[in-house]
Design a binder for this molecule. Structure first.
Ligand code: PLP
Length: 452
């Protein structure tokens, strides 16, 4: 429709009167009222358009308003909107089959949840029952979701507030994963970083007690906490440690799965098979909420006679599953995962490396597919972060300025502390990717002004 600023004001006012927002001081939220969206764009009521380099919550892998997914939801709504998970349903079964076919190894069964956090809750519950052990190891620099177990597994400052309020569930210990640019292990090569990160993980296992550890949960490519691509050999090494100590390997593919890295699952790139994969987001691009756990045959066997003590009213919701079937089918038909891989190799990777050369505030660019981080520093030599870890308020200003400059020019990125994340839909075209890079290039002048 035509721009309607007055309607935009009404939408904004109603939000501010009644919406309680996520992760925010309620007095500080200032949401853009969105009037519509299509492909890689959304727009407000004044008609201002944004190129979506956020994929919303890094979940809209297929882009906005994909006609095949919309049609599938409408068709399903006409047939059956809700049937409990105690019944068999065609779209639920088909979605589970398509997901199991994409998953590596013998991960042949799918337990559906409403999103990523509850997928991790259930994966951990399965691992604890399967092993009879209580503890779970997860990485500092990670995000696993906002519910009680998932947030205590999370290695970012959002965990602290939840611990302070006393709601954290225990039996979690954290380790450092590989991160060569800021190596915790004084490594200077990827091979050293991988070997030392694995030695460190084995030490954590030894100190926590191997017989107490049910699972190691990690993101194969760490998302929110930095888009950290593991060095060759690391994930295979984690698999070996899990095998040696009888620990369940849970790969959290909530953000990295369904095309984001240019593979169906990020872990495919390293040819490693975990015992459980958790997914959400890209499985149906969030057109209807859906997540789940893909379960190996050995863990499935544990629950052949013993009932699984868990479930959800909306497990395998027909509208969500119909959207997943249509999304996965369209992604195959249209080569969308291949497009993500190619855009990363041909456009985003080379373009971001050029930008890094031009801007003294860029310490490192890294990523793959449509999953890229630009790490901003005050000083390239010392690698001092442009804004400190866990920055709040005024400390964040230098990055806030870059983000504001991007939005001003019509590109909507993601940011986290000293990083800008460039994470567009997998369907992005070469021209759109170049446009996003040009806008970032111009916006980074704001960061360069803060360089020491
Ligand atoms: N795991 C990872 C890796 C994520 O990135 C997220 C969300 O950003 C979650 C879990 C939580 O998913 P949800 O917000 O659907 O609960």
């Amino acid at each position: 429709g035509a721009p309607d600023p007055a309607e935009g004001e009404r939408v904004f006012a109603e939000d501010r009167a009644h919406l309680f927002h996520s992760w925010a001081a309620q007095g500080a939220v200032n949401p853009v009222p969105v009037a519509g969206a299509a492909g890689r764009h959304f727009w407000d009521y004044s008609g201002k358009r944004y190129l979506d380099f956020s994929s919303q919550f890094i979940n809209l892998n297929i882009g906005h308003a994909h006609p095949k997914v919309i049609a599938a939801i409408k068709e399903q709504a006409d047939r059956i909107c809700m049937i409990a998970s105690t019944f068999a349903n065609d779209k639920r079964g088909e979605a589970a089959r398509l997901i199991a076919e994409l998953a590596p190894g013998d991960l042949d069964h799918v337990f559906f949840t409403n999103g990523g956090a509850d997928a991790n809750e259930h994966a951990v519950r399965m691992a604890r029952m399967h092993t009879g052990r209580p503890k779970v190891l997860s990485a500092y620099r990670s995000y696993h979701g906002g519910t009680s177990t998932a947030i205590s597994l999370t290695g970012d400052p959002r965990r602290w507030a939840n611990e302070n309020s006393g709601s954290a569930s225990g039996n979690v210990a954290h380790f450092f994963g590989p991160y060569l640019y800021r190596s915790h292990f004084h490594a200077t090569t990827e091979a050293e970083e991988s070997a030392r990160a694995l030695a460190h993980l084995e030490q954590v296992i030894a100190f926590e007690g191997p017989s107490t550890i049910a699972a190691i949960l990690l993101e194969p490519v760490v998302g929110t906490a930095g888009i950290l691509v593991p060095p060759a050999g690391y994930l295979a090494g984690v698999r070996e440690l899990c095998d040696r100590y009888g620990i369940v390997f849970i790969a959290d593919e909530v953000m990295s799965g369904f095309g984001r890295t240019g593979e169906w699952f990020a872990i495919d790139r390293w040819g490693v098979t975990p015992d459980l994969i958790t997914f959400a987001k890209g499985v149906n691009s969030g057109y209807v909420p859906l997540g789940g756990v893909i379960v190996s045959n050995a863990i499935h066997e544990t629950f052949r006679e013993v009932p699984y003590p868990g479930g959800l009213t909306y497990s395998g919701h027909p509208l969500a599953c119909a959207a997943a079937v249509a999304t996965i089918t369209a992604m195959k038909e249209e080569g969308i995962v291949e497009n993500a891989a190619r855009i990363g190799e041909d456009v985003l990777g080379p373009g971001l490396r050029e930008i890094a050369e031009r801007h003294p505030s860029v310490g490192e660019v890294r990523g793959l597919g449509v999953f890229w981080a630009v790490e901003l520093v005050r000083d390239r030599e010392t690698r001092e972060m442009l804004v400190p870890y866990a920055a709040t308020g005024a400390q964040s200003r230098p990055v806030d300025e870059v983000v504001a400059a991007c939005k001003e020019r019509g590109m909507w990125p993601v940011y986290n502390y000293n990083r800008i994340h460039m994470v567009p839909p997998c369907t992005i075209t070469d021209a759109e990717a170049r446009e996003g890079l040009e806008i970032l290039d111009a916006a980074l002048d704001a960061a360069d002004r803060h360089v020491a």
